[in-house]
Design a protein around this ligand. Structure first.
Ligand SMILES: [Ca+2]
Ligand SMILES: [Ca+2]
Length: 80
């Protein structure tokens, strides 16, 4: 199971090569990505996109939501 998840995330990462690791986005290291934190990495991200990624609608992207978005290829592309 773990191996499969890792393989999936590697594939997702390759497809969005400019995307940083989640920990790089989580600048205050609280384990979740806020809209403000995502804005730093992806200045063009909209609240609508963020809300789509925020599956449980708690206002932040947790590791599960990040992994799901990465696997689905729905992470917004960084500008760099
Ligand atoms: Ca954070
Ligand atoms: Ca969430």
């Amino acid at each position: 199971m773990l191996k499969r998840l890792v393989a999936l995330s590697v594939v997702g990462f390759a497809a969005t090569s400019a995307y940083a690791d989640m920990t790089a986005l989580d600048t205050n290291a609280d384990g979740v990505i806020s809209f403000e934190e995502m804005l730093v990495a992806v200045p063009s991200v909209t609240e609508e996109t963020f809300t789509t990624l925020d599956i449980n609608a708690d206002g932040t992207i947790d590791a599960d939501e990040y992994a799901a978005a990465e696997a689905a290829g729905t992470l917004p592309a960084t500008d760099g």
